[in-house]
Design a protein around this ligand. Structure first.
Ligand code: ZN
Ligand code: ZN
Length: 268
């Protein structure tokens, strides 16, 4: 059983529970390692991200919990840094770099909030052409380590969130765009995330990234972490085993975890 999650949200951003509730639930479920990764400030979708002010309170609260529960669980202070967010401050144990928006004519359009919002940007700026949009999206993804200096590359193909079974994800143009991003990112030697967040919220039946992407990451010697992107305590740990099974099928024999002594590979 996998009892580690480094990608979790609280009510400081779009999660349901307080940090304390999440930690208590993690301990109840046997977790030994737990990471908070609140959303960096994203002005276009404010209720879903932390504000600059609440980010400071979040940091202080997580650090206090880390101390309070240090005999029971190793807590890490992380941040899910959006591609377009302002640079973050000091003090984080790790950063997840994610692209949640595309920017057109100076305006940010969220790509993973609702199918309607995604459709809006497709219609307004790409003439409904999903592949052109995907090419631009994966160009941003390929730059996410440069832009955010992240340790973990978050949900690489999150644009497949709402349309898992649609053929648009099987076209050569789409696949090439995703694979080009992988090829540009592997040399940074960061961790690619297998993320089950869309499964716990019933949008998808399989984790991201898609199998063809994971196989390429593996072929090129890329490293992975397995994360829940958990937004409510009742779902902590759900589907992480499915992600491990998928990783194995795609050729991985280990995943990486964060410990008090730094990053460490573990067998899957
Ligand atoms: Zn995200
Ligand atoms: Zn997240």
């Amino acid at each position: 059983m996998i009892t580690i999650d480094l990608h979790t949200h609280t009510n400081y951003c779009d999660g349901e529970n307080t940090p304390r509730e999440m930690v208590e639930e993690a301990i109840k479920r046997g977790f030994k390692i737990y990471g908070f990764s609140g959303h960096s400030y994203d002005p276009c979708v404010e209720p879903y991200s932390m504000t600059p002010e609440s980010t400071e309170v979040y940091k202080a609260e997580v650090l206090a919990l880390k101390e309070e529960f240090k005999d029971k669980i190793d807590i890490f202070l992380g941040l899910e840094q959006d591609y377009y967010s302002e640079p973050y401050g000091d003090g984080y144990d790790y950063i997840i770099g994610s692209v949640h928006n595309v920017k057109k004519d100076g305006k940010l359009y969220p790509v993973d909030l609702t199918p309607e919002m995604l459709q809006e940007v497709l219609d307004e700026h790409y003439g409904g052409d999903f592949e052109s949009f995907a090419e631009e999206y994966f160009d941003l993804v390929s730059d996410v380590v440069n832009k955010t200096n992240c340790d973990i590359i978050g949900h690489l193909d999150v644009i497949s969130k709402f349309f898992e079974r649609e053929p648009r994800f099987l076209t050569d143009r789409y696949k090439n765009a995703a694979l080009n991003a992988v090829r540009k990112l592997v040399p940074f030697d960061k961790f690619f995330e297998i993320n089950v967040g869309a499964m716990t919220r019933s949008y998808r039946t399989a984790p991201y990234p898609a199998e063809f992407i994971l196989k390429e990451i593996n072929r090129l010697g890329g490293k992975i972490v397995i994360n829940g992107d958990c937004h409510e305590k009742e779902r902590l740990g759900d589907f992480l085993e499915d992600a491990a099974a998928l990783a194995k099928e795609c050729g991985f024999s280990e995943r990486w975890i964060l410990t008090k002594n730094g990053w460490k590979a573990e067998k899957i």
